[in-house]
Design a protein around this ligand. Structure first.
Ligand SMILES: NC(=O)c1ccc[n+]([C@@H]2O[C@H](COP(=O)([O-])OP(=O)(O)OC[C@H]3O[C@@H](n4cnc5c(N)ncnc54)[C@H](O)[C@@H]3O)[C@@H](O)[C@H]2O)c1
Length: 468
């Protein structure tokens, strides 16, 4: 048997010219391609591809909202500020939530919507023949059933994040969208935030060169909200999920914008990932401090580790790091880090850009201001001011809803399709599978069934030049 030093020498240098960047890159590529790759099962497409799906333009988008807790009313308010929308139905098991949302319609001089409050009334809502779009803002376990049923009833559907929690459910969404030829979009609002859109524009203009690494996160201290019985999530669904699952249950806020910038599903795709979580401390310590050491909350077992790091490698040899932490005493952070051959950008804790040939330091404040203005995304120029005035996470919720309605009214493909929804949310289950197996790598399915190779990257939307 060869000794360890001999083995390393051969593995690192055997047959490869030492000293060139490309040869070293080639070595890395071939290691990733052979050593860790498992064969991927071939999926037989059940319908027709919905990549770039265009549907008949809708002169007026008739919307039914299901789930009107903390989040739903924000979207109703945004939709009331958008031309060409009609709110047809409001559905929530809590009548008071429906009543509160009717008041939003009243405030905007909109007609009262039909009301539904039964546990399974969402089915009746989906069955209505005067609805075009089912807007799903329910707790996590209802996301997939409602989206599937909506599409089966011939409706387009959009759903809050994360749309799904298993690979099988992600496939079910893809299959149903392909069978019914309906839009199924996950409402990843962070893709429409101001710095994210501007860095997308910078990326598309080549400012960062080839982008080989990105980072995103959802770091948001939700200990109080998760443990809040009266004013938190309905029936404490988020805490219940933390008892049952580890991994990254909420990957898309950080991942979505970075994945779009890195052309995931449009020229590249996730290949495999590896994931690690720390122990859990935050929920227990919070419960001990708030309810007492002997309280059921303090004694409960929580599976969700405080911090999860998931590293994804793409087939083009790029990497994305996704971080989740909702139970630590830390400031809010989505990271949004873009690293390329010519430059670098990061959003949190402060928006910064560094560019060659001086990329060892960040641009000075006045230089940053100038470059942010120069590369301001055209969509922001067009609708940014109104978005800030309407609000909703600083305006990004409004931009997302406005674009959604614009695309539906003009028969355009949506900015995020069912393949994005499936790939981005599959990280929820795949991260858990990896960490339960000592962080061994796990393949990410190709939900596009090969369409990613020829799909064009999401363009920089310029409303001045866009044509329907
Ligand atoms: N994108 C974002 O920035 C963002 C922010 C917050 C929440 N969210 C997402 O929005 C969704 C809702 O979160 P939330 O904070 O509003 O939770 P919530 O618990 O406040 O609201 C959920 C609502 O669904 C209702 N509901 C439960 N079962 C129902 C049923 N069978 N039929 C109809 N309604 C039912 C509940 O009564 C509740 O009012 C979640 O998926 C969450 O992850 C996204």
């Amino acid at each position: 048997m060869e000794n360890r030093r001999e083995f390393l020498r051969k593995s690192l240098f055997g047959g490869i010219a030492i000293g060139t960047a490309s040869s070293v890159a080639g070595l890395t590529q071939s290691c990733a391609g052979t050593a860790t790759k498992k064969p991927q099962s071939q999926r037989v497409r059940k319908g027709k591809s919905v990549m770039g799906l265009r549907c008949d333009p809708l002169p007026e988008v008739r919307i039914a909202f299901i789930g009107l807790g903390m989040r739903g009313p924000t979207h109703v308010d945004a939709m009331c500020n958008i031309e060409g929308t009609k709110i047809v139905a409001l559905c929530d098991v809590r009548p008071e939530c429906v009543a509160k949302t009717q008041n939003i319609l009243k405030k905007h001089n909109r007609p009262e919507a039909a009301e539904y409050t039964g546990e399974e009334d969402w089915k009746k809502v989906c069955e209505r023949d005067d609805v075009d779009l089912i807007y799903n803002v329910t707790p996590w376990d209802l996301h997939v059933p409602i989206c599937l049923y909506a599409m089966q009833q011939g409706k387009h559907t959009v759903c809050e994040v994360p749309i799904a929690f298993s690979v099988e459910d992600s496939w079910a969404l893809v299959d149903t969208a392909e069978q019914t030829q309906r839009h199924c979009m996950m409402l990843e609002n962070c893709c429409y935030d101001f710095f994210e859109l501007t860095t997308l524009n910078m990326a598309r203009q080549g400012l960062f060169g080839e982008i080989y690494h990105g980072e995103g996160a959802y770091i948001h201290d939700l200990r109080g909200l998760k443990h809040n019985k009266e004013h938190g999530y309905h029936n404490m669904w988020r805490l219940e999920h933390s008892k049952k699952h580890n991994g990254n249950p909420y990957p898309t806020h950080g991942l979505g914008p970075v994945a779009q910038i890195m052309n995931i599903n449009r020229g590249d795709r996730f290949d495999y990932l590896t994931s690690m979580s720390t122990n859990q401390y935050g929920l227990t310590l919070y419960a001990e401090d708030t309810f007492g050491k002997d309280s059921p909350e303090a004694k409960a077992a929580y599976k969700l580790g405080d911090m999860n790091n998931t590293l994804i490698r793409t087939v083009n040899g790029h990497t994305l790091l996704v971080v989740h932490d909702t139970t630590s005493p830390r400031p809010y952070d989505r990271i949004h880090k873009i690293s390329g051959t010519k430059g670098y950008a990061v959003k949190y804790p402060e928006e910064k850009v560094a560019l060659e040939p001086h990329a060892h330091g960040f641009l000075k404040p006045e230089e940053l201001k100038a470059i942010m203005a120069q590369y301001e995304h055209p969509l922001l120029k067009y609708i940014g001011e109104k978005a800030r005035a309407v609000g909703g996470h600083g305006g990004m919720d409004f931009i997302m809803n406005w674009r959604l309605i614009y695309c539906l009214r003009n028969g355009l493909p949506l900015d995020q399709d069912v393949y994005d929804a499936a790939a981005w949310t599959s990280i929820t289950e795949l991260s858990e599978i990896s960490l339960n197996n000592r962080s061994n790598s796990v393949d990410v399915p190709d939900f596009t069934c090969g369409d990613w190779k020829n799909a064009k990257p999401w363009p920089v939307i310029d409303m001045g030049t866009v044509s329907s």
